[in-house]
Design a protein around this ligand. Structure first.
Ligand code: FAD
Ligand code: UDP
Length: 388
């Protein structure tokens, strides 16, 4: 990272050093643009930030982040900045004294319904217990139409009420649709072509993204504190969109989490990387980080997630009334041609990391008129040249 002493003119003032801001900055710097990246937290990485805790275990401060994507462009773009550790994520749900795979698969159904179905029989069985719906508009519709009411109530309803403070019937279909149903014994959480963790962690990857002579990183600083003293061309904003407009139309709801991190003096804590608790406790899930990172250590560190309102905004809340309010902010955003909004908070979308990278690269293509593939290839060529 490079701190400047004089006050040059920046092509871009980028707000937020998460995936959105860091992707944009690193790509544009590699096209010769001068960037100032301002972050109000004391670290880069946004919510993907990881670090070693007091015991020396690599943890994710803001909850478990597992990288997965179907986009070769996104994977190739990030591969400039990190090697990868192959990792396929698995999650168990604690239901009625059993630990069963989620997404629901053959083993989940056989265990919870006391059956011995074969792969060929599961689809028919689920068809016989599912509820027909004329249209699928809520998360309840998605689940009961796929697996019926019993599995819905035992695996989704309680978890969703805790996670969002809302019943699945009050949430868009897109929320529960993130979780597939499998008619076989595949117990992976994701099905994407690329599933991997940054070899030396997310923060190291971000450091490599931002290590460029044309990028100036300023931490612990709200962008509003530098707006008047910094000469720049265009603003790239990845903070909450309602905050940018001083809550002109009211607050957009974001769901927050309280994280309880613990280190345990034993090598292993639980039998899976993540265990979900749909029906018990105030927390939704416990993550044991060593499964994700592959680190060997005599101790292990875990995190409990307690959903709450207030606090840092982590999740946009996908439901019709919020989409309507966001639309008003989006219209305002579109009226500011020199300000561009990217990322999960600024575009109020329940995006995964790869989607945010793709969105930031999309903005680069819009501003340069070059295709995404072309941009990624140009950046890779530059990174390789710089490394020689
Ligand atoms: P952020 O990471 O939120 O970055 C925005 C940054 O802007 C923040 O650092 C903030 O401090 C800064 N900022 C805001 N306002 C200002 C201001 N006024 N001045 C200066 N700086 C400002 N995705 C996956 O793909 N896989 C996962 O397994 C996964 N797990 C997740 C688990 C949890 C608990 C959460 C909350 C999210 C998870 N995600 C996961 C989603 C992932 O975190 C996001 O897609 C991604 O981090 C969003 O990046 P971003 O840059 O849009 O936002
Ligand atoms: N979900 C659930 N039970 C589970 C796992 C997920 O009801 O055991 C629902 C819940 O509404 C959750 C959503 O599916 O918010 C999306 O889950 P995901 O694991 O993708 O959430 P994230 O990792 O983004 O918090």
């Amino acid at each position: 990272m490079h701190i400047v002493s004089s006050s040059p003119h920046f092509d871009y003032l980028v707000v937020g050093a998460g995936f959105a801001g860091a992707t944009f900055s690193s790509q544009m710097a590699r096209l010769g643009k001068r960037v100032m990246l301002v972050e109000r937290r004391p670290h880069i990485g946004g919510n993907a930030y990881d670090h070693y805790d007091d015991a020396g275990v690599l943890i994710h401060r803001y909850g478990p982040h597992i990288f997965h994507t179907n986009s070769a462009d996104v994977f190739n773009f990030l591969s400039q900045f990190t090697g990868w550790r192959n990792y396929e994520h698995r999650v168990l749900a604690s239901v009625a004294g059993h630990l069963v795979p989620i997404p629901i698969n053959l083993d989940t159904v056989n265990c919870l319904h006391g059956l011995a179905l074969s792969e060929g029989e599961l689809e028919g069985y689920l068809g016989s217990i599912s509820e027909a719906r004329d249209s699928i508009s809520t998360s309840e519709d998605v689940i009961v139409s796929r697996v019926g009411r019993d599995l819905y109530e035992r695996m989704f309803q309680g978890y969703t009420r805790k996670q969002w403070g809302l019943d699945p019937s009050q949430l868009d279909a897109s929320v529960a649709a993130r979780i597939p149903v499998r008619f076989n014994r595949d117990d992976r959480y994701f099905s994407d072509n690329y599933q991997a963790m940054p070899e030396r962690g997310y923060t190291r990857m971000f450091e490599n993204m931002l290590d460029h002579p044309l990028i100036t990183v300023v931490l612990d600083t709200d962008y509003r504190d530098v707006l008047k003293t910094t000469a720049f061309g265009e603003l790239i904003y990845s903070g909450p969109v309602d905050e940018y407009f001083d809550f002109r139309f009211g607050k957009l709801p974001y769901r927050s989490l309280r994280f309880r991190h613990e280190t345990v003096d034993q090598e292993k804590f639980q039998s899976a990387p993540v265990i979900n608790y749909p029906n018990d406790h105030d927390y939704t899930r416990i993550t044991e980080f060593k499964y994700l990172t592959g680190q060997s250590h005599s101790k292990t560190s875990i995190v409990y997630e307690y959903p709450c309102d207030g606090g840092d905004p982590y999740y946009p809340v996908p439901r019709a009334e919020n989409a309507t309010l966001y639309k008003k902010y989006e219209e305002l955003s579109n009226q500011s041609p020199k300000v561009h909004f990217i990322g999960r908070l600024a575009t109020y979308r329940y995006y995964n990391m790869d989607q945010v990278v793709a969105q930031a690269l999309q903005l680069c293509t819009k501003l340069t008129g070059r295709s995404r593939g072309e941009l990624v290839r140009a950046a890779i060529a530059q990174t390789v040249a710089a490394a020689v």
